[in-house]
Structures are given as structure tokens and as C-alpha cells.
Design a protein around this ligand. Structure first.
Ligand SMILES: *[C@@H]1O[C@H](CO)[C@@H](O)[C@H](O)[C@H]1NC(C)=O
Ligand SMILES: *[C@@H]1O[C@H](CO)[C@@H](O)[C@H](O)[C@H]1NC(C)=O
Ligand SMILES: [Zn+2]
Ligand SMILES: [Zn+2]
Length: 608
């Protein structure tokens, strides 16, 4: 007769219950049933006592081990052994080169690699220099959006902080954050910025200036040459964007006032060069004097695909990078500290905004050459150093593969189409704008332009009409780019940025060990400061505590009385956008998915 057991046992005491739980847990682990018989219970008592003692001792042991391990880990991290991997954190004099490929996503590499193999007759295992130095990936979202702009992207690198789209090294509360370049300069490093866009554009701006909105390029120019709360922090500047340095009384100016910032730079000690002749006078860097301001274009330096036929007018990114390295190296030869140099392949992003694959492959190749030049320099230099390179975001939603028809697509894309183009869509559109009106046979002119600039012989009537019709819904540069992209079977999802992770590269894995794997973009910024052993936090404090500082006449801008949490005025950062601009928290769905025609205010790559 089966023994009766109460269905509902009295509630066990908490002690029994914890033993019971331990027993159940044990059963789960061993797969054995817990013992429920009377005899089993007597045996079970001692078993439970034993288990309890075992569990108690094991818990103590785990806690002790965890505490000891944590302590060891902290110690290892603070002397740089753990986080820095096999090489250890460098000590002594060192140089850091940080390269940014603006808007270059993983697909840009695939496209450019195949393009290079085709055009140079290389085997399939011949890869880009970048490919040989891949280290990790970076997550790029900003504080205000899952898709960042270049300003928030560069602020993550310069300040190691997330901020809102449009922020130039200011935090979401509109207070300035210290940058790695400023901290390096204060610590005695020489510093440099080399770009192919305007030196006042978002990426370079984020290293050496602070404004609430990237559009305040006049203020950025002033800060870059030393009208800055910390004084002059940049020693070497090379790039485009001359127009923000020239007074509005001159033709080339895009300033809102009549200040001559080039003259101010000269007063601050800068040597100034503004053309190829001036660049060549540096003699590869041997004859340069710091501080140096080199502004080689009114706005952007032309795309590499167009620049290569104007080499006598504009230096290449590689040439600028080589000279900058030589100049900074010589300038720090006898000092305790080395240098920090930021080099940007700025216009990979622009080619992405323009959806122009022919322009982009040439931008990426130019960037790859500059990257190789830096690696060469580091290999030969007697001072230790590291090169870290990454992108702020992807641009264009580039796809290597494009379904052109309703029928099942072919598995191919055709780099030969890109190889046949001798100019960018931007260049072709400029030619069109300059000449179309004067042409009597517009169709013949357009067909000839397509042949000469893009290598396209088979334009359809619709394509020709779209280029001739000044009211067509897309600007000619987009039509030219689409003509190339379709024939190459290259796809694009947007004229803006996308949220895909981007690659991180380094001259050596050993020297950039902490950046292996997948990282938040701010961790790249932390690495830069950490490598140089400089304190971004202390620089932020200095900036925020500097007496109210403003050189510009701010009366022209709306005074919103912006204050940080400390109640301090940061008017010198410019109008902090106003109340209706969101700087934190993600945007939400607006129900706006329908196709919209391109209105009057086509963004067309105005903000990158
Ligand atoms: C040039 O700048 C001055 C202020 O510096 C301003 O008064 C003037 O209107 C500007 N001129 C133009 C054409 O923008
Ligand atoms: C490139 O141009 C040549 C010469 O016009 C032409 O024969 C060839 O088909 C073109 N290649 C592609 C992929 O369009
Ligand atoms: Zn960007
Ligand atoms: Zn962009």
C-alpha cells in the first residue's frame, strides 16, 4: 500500500527551503532526481549539510578569487599590460597618426579592390594596403541618431564622447569638450591636420575648435589659427577651405564678415601658402617652418579622378601626408614629445553623397596610398609610433550588385565601366552647367560630354533628355552618377549616410591592441588619448573654466543665453540651435515613407 504523503506540505522554513533549492539545483546539474523517501531523508540530512558546507566554501572561494582577479586586472590595466596586449603600452617618446576615411564603409573596400585588380591587371589575391591592416570594427551612432553625421562622428574621435549630429566638439548640453589634439598640444606634442575638403569642415574642425553647429565655419577658421580659449593648438594645417579665411571684400570669400583670418594667422606666426608653388617650396617638408597654414583650394580640393589631370595646381593627399610627417618629425626631433597628426580622406564621403562610384574608387585608392605612406614612415622612423585609421560612418548605402530589371539579376558588377570614366559626375555636371546654354545642338554636346568625361557611348534618349531638361527632378550630377552606377551594376540606397559598422585599421595589431574587435566609436577616441597619455578630461575642465571667451562679435547671432550645467556662459560656441533642436534621444517614425520629389531645397550633399 502506497504511503500517503500530503499533497500540500507545510511551508518549509527558509533554511530548509534554501537547502531544498540547492538540492533542486544540484538535481538540475546532475540530472538525478531529488530524494523524497523517508529513508532518503535521513541520509539526505547529512547530504544536505555536506552540500551546504560545500556551497558555502565554494561561494567564499569564488568571491576571494574574483576580488583578487579584479585587483590584478586593474593593476595590469593601469600599468597598461592587460589592455595593451603583447607589446605593452608604449613608454617614452611616441608619434600618433590618426586617419579618417570619411564615409567609407566596408563595401567601398570591396569595390575599390576589384577595380584596382582590373585596372592594374593584378591577381585576385592582390589586395589594398588597408586590407592588410584591418583590426576591428566601429559602431557609429551619435547621441541623437542611429545614423551619425560627420560632426558627431568626429566628436566621438576627438573628445571620446557621444554628441548630437552637427556638434563640433561640444557635448549634448552645449558645453565644450577637450579634444585629443588640444590635450596633445598642451602636453607638448606638435599637432597637424591634413584634409582634402575645407579645413573648416566637420572632421578637422572637431579636433581644433568648438561650436554648437558645424555650419559656423567662420568661427571654426578663427579658432583653428589660434583665436581659441587655449591659444593656438594646431601647428600644421593643409587642405582646402580658403574662402572662410578671406574677408568678404574679396572675390574668393565665403565669410560673413570682412575679417582677414589669413592676416590674423600671419600675425600669430603662421607661414601661409595657398597653391602648388607654395607647397613645392616646402621641398617635401625639408624647408617648412611651423606653424604652417596651407590652403590649396577655395573650397574642396578636386576629387582625385579630376585632380590627377590638374596635378600642377593641387597636391595629392599622399603628397600632403608625406610632407606633414616630415615637417612634424623634424620639428619634434629634439623634443621629449612626438606629434599627433590627423589625416582625412575627406571626399570619399562626397562621392558617396553623389552616388558616384568612379569618383569613389579613386578617392579610396588615394587614401590607400596615403595610408601606405604613413606605414612606410612609421617603419623607417626612429621614434616609435602607431597609425590608427577608421571611418566616421558609411555614406550612400553602397552595394556591389544592383538589380536593374524585373527579371532575376545576374551575379556580376562591372568595374570596367568605372575604369572608362575619366572624370567625376561632379566635374561633368560643372562642364554641362558651363556650356549647355551656348550649345545649339544640345544632344550632340551632351553625348560628346558623356563620351569624353564618363566613357559612356550608349546613353538612352531618356538619359540625354534628363540632362538637357533644366527642370528634371534630379540634378545633372545625380543623373551622370546614375548613368555610371547602372552600367557598372553598383547600387546605392541613399544620398545620405547609413548606420552600418565601419572598419578600424592600424599600422600594427600589437600597437593598437585595445582596438581589436567591435568597438563604440568613442573607444577609438579613448585609445588616441590613452596612447598619447594625455588627459581629455582635464582639457575639458580647462575649456569650461576658461573665462568667458569670445573674439567674434556675437551680436550678429541670436543670443539665447546658453549656459552649461555649471551655469557658465558659452556664447563663443555660437547659437546653440534653439529650443526645438533635439540633441539627445532617438528620432522616431514620422510616417514619412512616401516618395517625395526633389524640392527646391535639395540637400544634395550640402551637409556631410
Ligand atoms: C561684409 O562684412 C561686413 C561686416 O564685417 C558687413 O557689414 C557687410 O555687410 C558684409 N558685406 C557683404 C557683401 O556681405
Ligand atoms: C570601355 O571603353 C572601350 C572603348 O570605348 C569599350 O570598347 C569598352 O566596351 C568599354 N568598357 C565597358 C565596360 O564599358
Ligand atoms: Zn562623415
Ligand atoms: Zn557625409
Amino acid at each position: 500500500m502506497p504511503r500517503e504523503e500530503p499533497l500540500l506540505a507545510p511551508r518549509p522554513s527558509s533554511e530548509q527551503s534554501s537547502i531544498r533549492n540547492a538540492e533542486e539545483e544540484d538535481a538540475l546539474l546532475t540530472g538525478e532526481r531529488t530524494i523524497r523517501t523517508e529513508r532518503g531523508r535521513r541520509w539526505g540530512f547529512w547530504r544536505e549539510v555536506g552540500l551546504f558546507a560545500w556551497a558555502f566554501i565554494a561561494t567564499i572561494a569564488v568571491i576571494v578569487i574574483a576580488v583578487v582577479y579584479q585587483h590584478e586586472t586593474n593593476r595590469a590595466q593601469s600599468d597598461g599590460r592587460h589592455s595593451w596586449g603583447p607589446g605593452g603600452k608604449p613608454t617614452g617618446k611616441r608619434n600618433l597618426v590618426f586617419m579618417v576615411s570619411d564615409g567609407m564603409g566596408p563595401t567601398s573596400l570591396t569595390m575599390t579592390r576589384s577595380y584596382k585588380q582590373l585596372t592594374q591587371g593584378l591577381p585576385i589575391d592582390d589586395v589594398l594596403v588597408l586590407d592588410k591592416h584591418i583590426l576591428g570594427t566601429s559602431r557609429t551612432r551619435s547621441s541623437s541618431s542611429l545614423i551619425t553625421d560627420s560632426a558627431a562622428g568626429a566628436t566621438a574621435f576627438s573628445c571620446a564622447s557621444k554628441s548630437y549630429n552637427g556638434a563640433i566638439s561640444v557635448l549634448p548640453d552645449h558645453s565644450p569638450c577637450g579634444t585629443v589634439l588640444e590635450a596633445a598640444s598642451l602636453a607638448g606634442y606638435k599637432t597637424g591636420l591634413v584634409v582634402t575638403t575645407r579645413i573648416t569642415d566637420a572632421t578637422p574642425a572637431c579636433f581644433a575648435s568648438h561650436v554648437n553647429l558645424r555650419q559656423y565655419e567662420d568661427r571654426i577658421a578663427e579658432q583653428e589659427i589660434g583665436e581659441h580659449p587655449l591659444g593656438r593648438v594646431v601647428d600644421l594645417i593643409m587642405g582646402g577651405g580658403r574662402c572662410h579665411f578671406l574677408p568678404n571684400t574679396t572675390d574668393e570669400s565665403c565669410r560673413g564678415d570682412d575679417r582677414d583670418i589669413v592676416a590674423v594667422a600671419k600675425e600669430n606666426g603662421f607661414s601661409y601658402i595657398d597653391d602648388r608653388k607654395g607647397f613645392d617650396s616646402l621641398n617635401g617638408g625639408a624647408d617648412a617652418k611651423l606653424p604652417l597654414l596651407g590652403l590649396f583650394a577655395e573650397k574642396d580640393i578636386p576629387y582625385e579622378i579630376d585632380r590627377r589631370t590638374q596635378n600642377d595646381v593641387y597636391p595629392s593627399l599622399e603628397e600632403m601626408a608625406r610632407s606633414a610627417l616630415k615637417i612634424l618629425s623634424a620639428a619634434t626631433q629634439d623634443s621629449e614629445q612626438g606629434f599627433f597628426l590627423m589625416i582625412e580622406g575627406s571626399r570619399i564621403d562626397h562621392a558617396g553623397h553623389g552616388n558616384d562610384p568612379a569618383a569613389q574608387v579613386n578617392e579610396v585608392l588615394a587614401y590607400d596610398k596615403a595610408f601606405a605612406a604613413v606605414v612606410d614612415f612609421l617603419n623607417e622612423d626612429s621614434t616609435q609610433g602607431v597609425l590608427v585609421a577608421t571611418s566616421d560612418h558609411e555614406t550612400g548605402g553602397l552595394a556591389v550588385g544592383h538589380q536593374l530589371h524585373i527579371t532575376y539579376p545576374e551575379y556580376l558588377w562591372l568595374p570596367g565601366v568605372l575604369a572608362n570614366a575619366t572624370h567625376s559626375a561632379e566635374f561633368a555636371a560643372q562642364e554641362l552647367a558651363n556650356h549647355l546654354d551656348q550649345e545649339s545642338d544640345k544632344e550632340a554636346y551632351v553625348r560628346n560630354l558623356l563620351r569624353k568625361a564618363l566613357g559612356v557611348e550608349d546613353a538612352s534618349q531618356e538619359e540625354i533628355d534628363a540632362l538637357i531638361d533644366s527642370h528634371y527632378e534630379l540634378p545633372p550630377s545625380y543623373v551622370f552618377a546614375d548613368i555610371i552606377s547602372r552600367r557598372a551594376q553598383i547600387g546605392w540606397s541613399t544620398h545620405g549616410h547609413t548606420g552600418v559598422d565601419v572598419n578600424i585599421y592600424a599600422s600594427s595589431t600589437k600597437d593598437a591592441w585595445p582596438l581589436q574587435g567591435n568597438h563604440e566609436n568613442t573607444e577609438v577616441g579613448s585609445f588616441l588619448a590613452n596612447y598619447l597619455d594625455v588627459d581629455i578630461g582635464a582639457t575639458t575642465k580647462r575649456l569650461q573654466e576658461s573665462e568667458f571667451w569670445s573674439y567674434s562679435d556675437s551680436s550678429s547671432e541670436v543670443d539665447t543665453g546658453a549656459t552649461s550645467e555649471m551655469g557658465k556662459s558659452f556664447d563663443w560656441l555660437g547659437n546653440p540651435l534653439g529650443e526645438d533642436v533635439r540633441t539627445e534621444g532617438l528620432d522616431t517614425y514620422h510616417g514619412d515613407y512616401k516618395k517625395r520629389s526633389l524640392g527646391e531645397q535639395c540637400g544634395c550633399g550640402a551637409v556631410h
